[in-house]
Design a binder for this molecule. Sequence first.
Ligand SMILES: [Zn+2]
Ligand SMILES: [Zn+2]
Length: 909
Amino acid sequence: MSNEISGNEIRRQFLEFFESKGHTIVRSASLVPTGDSTLLFTNAGMVQFKDIFLGTDSRPYSRACDSQKCMRVAGKHNDLDDVGRDDRHHTFFEMLGNWSFADYYKKEAISWAWELLTKVWGLDPTKLYATVFKDEKGEIPADEEAYAIWCSQPGMDPSHVQYFGRKENFWEMADTGPCGPCSEIHIDLGPDACDMKDVPGHVCKVNGDCARYTELWNNVFIQYNRLDKDTLVPLAHKFVDTGMGFERIVAVLQHKNSNYKTDLFAPTMRVLRELTGKTEEEMYADFTPYRVIADHGRAAAFLIADGVTPGNVGRNYICRMIIRRAVRFGQQIGLNDAFMGKIADAVIESYGDAYPELRRNRKAIIDAVDWEEARFKKTLDNGIAHLNDIIEGLKKEGKTVIDGATCFDLHSTYGLPLEITRDLVRDQGFDVDRDGFLAAQEDHRKASGKGSFKSMNSDDTEIYDGYLKQLISDGKLPEGKVVQDPYTLKPVDTNAVMLIREGEPVSSLDEDDEAEIVVPVTGFYMEMGGQIGDRGTIIAEDGSEFTVESVRKPCAGLIVHRGKMTKGSIAVNDKVKVEVDSRYRHDIMRNHTATHLLHAALHQVVGPEARQAGSYVSDTRLRFDFNSNKALTQDQLTEIENIVNENILSDQIVYTKIENINDAINEGVTALFNEKYGEQVRVVRIGENGNISAELCGGTHVANTGEIGLFVIVSEGSVATGIRRIEAITGREASARVRKAAGNLRTLASIMSVPTEEVVEKVEQNQQALQKAVKDIADFKAKLALSKFDELKKKTVTIDDTDVLAVQVPDATPDTLREMADRFKNEHPNAVGVFSTILNNQAVFIVNVADELVKRGIKAGDIAKQISAVAGGSGGGRPTMAQAGGKIPEKIPESLDMAVKLIREKLGK
Ligand SMILES: [Zn+2]
Ligand SMILES: [Zn+2]
């Protein structure tokens, strides 16, 4: 059906509809949530607005709409098992949403939802249902307001507005905090959509068990704050938070009975049919593998675009697991050649317009999935064989669950993620211990020195919010917040409006008190975007001094200086001078600007796929992590150093400008995947017109690159799978290091009595002389050993017609032993020679047997093998000549005795 509305068009219509109702269209946040370390992935539209609901931040708009990238892999919202087995579950999906931040409320939200569904998209009102909240316990008031608004919508059948209880229609963020009733819109897809027709007694209904009535859209009305289990207080500012599953509305509007049959997945399904040679009918007959590959391939492309590469823990593990799971399902439908790159390409084709980060990172995405697919295939056969052994063992023991440690070993040693192990064993009636696996994984992470996720600390937000309100109502913060300007570096003359000790406001601070000070205006920079915070002082008129160790923002609008009274005392409202430690700050700024130059040089030398994966800027060094599977060569590192230092020597201008986010991104400014950006962003440019570097950045920078002085790379290495790290130094630190190296060189030169420029040549000469001396000594020792041969020969034992010499030769090399063996053989026609020595603290044996004796069953290889075993080693060789080693040189005499004994036995003596 070519005249059917496309998915991209539906997304655009949603956003434009709400834009026409005064909403600001907001970009989707990254799949990697910032500022919320409790969350593995962004899993709902509201994640990027959570701080507004919690009251810790604000936005320049009060109405917003977006299409948010979401990922749900495990936990209460989703079970990976469902993905692929049915037509509506996904790991990655999009959530359409509109928000009111203390602006419009139920009346507008409901009537706009109705207008969009029935007027713009033309859905039949008689097929639509609305649910509203009525507390089954009778404690919270029923949402009669929403009920009445729904009944008054044009074409709404009042019998289609139905009350439900807490489970369905009351939304809470957590055990405490913002909450409220919600209202869902469901659609009746008709009796054919019921997938439970065969179940006796089944009745199709809203919020029932079958697929006939499907939820389209949830409108949450946040009107309470939950203080504890029993106490709800009304919020002064009410919010609307809505979410509509994008894939589902597309399926409904395109009249498809499966999300996977919509045009969103069409390019992927086309590629899969081309690769398998199957028709559409054949594909639908065995649709599960196709659904899994389409879902996981899409999720992997979006994850990698947001900087999450395949790896062993956390988000990286999820990325690895879904790629591998897709590859395995591919094998089920006969895809034995690499195919994941083609799937990723199809995803980029479908989604590249709406999510330009996919196009920008195309090479990184395809490289990562190709690499992961190839790596997995190398280990898959071994992994499956090992798993089969485990299953056989469990069957004998009568067990049906594979324990966590074994599951983790299957993952870490055999490359089988837990989810794939479960896929593989499920049909045989086995299960896996997920909790045990997670525990083993966590132990491993701790052992490898990486911290676990810390929980969010919002403990004192409310208290400090109270202090802020107090200061505002006392008129002490004329701007309604603490004004921060870290960019000018001028001391600020102001007064100390609040002193806080042990969390409580106090009237004065005495010497040695550890405390926090609030001033209306500050020039301090707070740790952010990888740049460490400032240090400095707050000095009173009488010279009393408070040393500032750090700066923090306990709630929106309030910045506090943390530190210690190092001299004298300060009282509330004293006049003070707030001064950032300028020398310290300049060291930081040098490193930050150098980080931008390094980033640009990396793109030049390695390519745009070397994307920033993290950065840390302090006063002493800078650290830059980027995506790459290969180590940089020494030549590349030198080239990068040269480029950065060229840009320093040519003293480029560094300047900043506040711009609209979309303009900046369209101009090609480098934005980071894991940062959250507002509407207005700060762009830091280096060079005229920013030709050298242009990055979104809130950090502080030098005015001209010449101030950096010198840039030196001190290390390059791997920090995680696919992530490399460069550490570098600048300015004072770099020149100190260079001076120290020069001093060492002068010392070396004076020890060797040559000018500094001849040190390298001199060292090379000395090395050659040393090597020659070592060799001369070895030759000399060998000659000395050979000269003792006549002496050693006296130990020859004669057994009938056979001469046996089994001796230990001091200070010999294997060559000397071999030469002795040859001589002995030449001198004695029926000879067995066993020569041994100690080399590098190991036993060495050479066994030599005359041809004549070989015919009589004496074989050098056999003897070498047996006698070296005595000395804790092994060896072997030809029947006439063999060599062996042993770890226990003290056992050489015992080995030699055994040799003689063995020969005697063979000769029958
Ligand atoms: Zn049904
Ligand atoms: Zn920066």
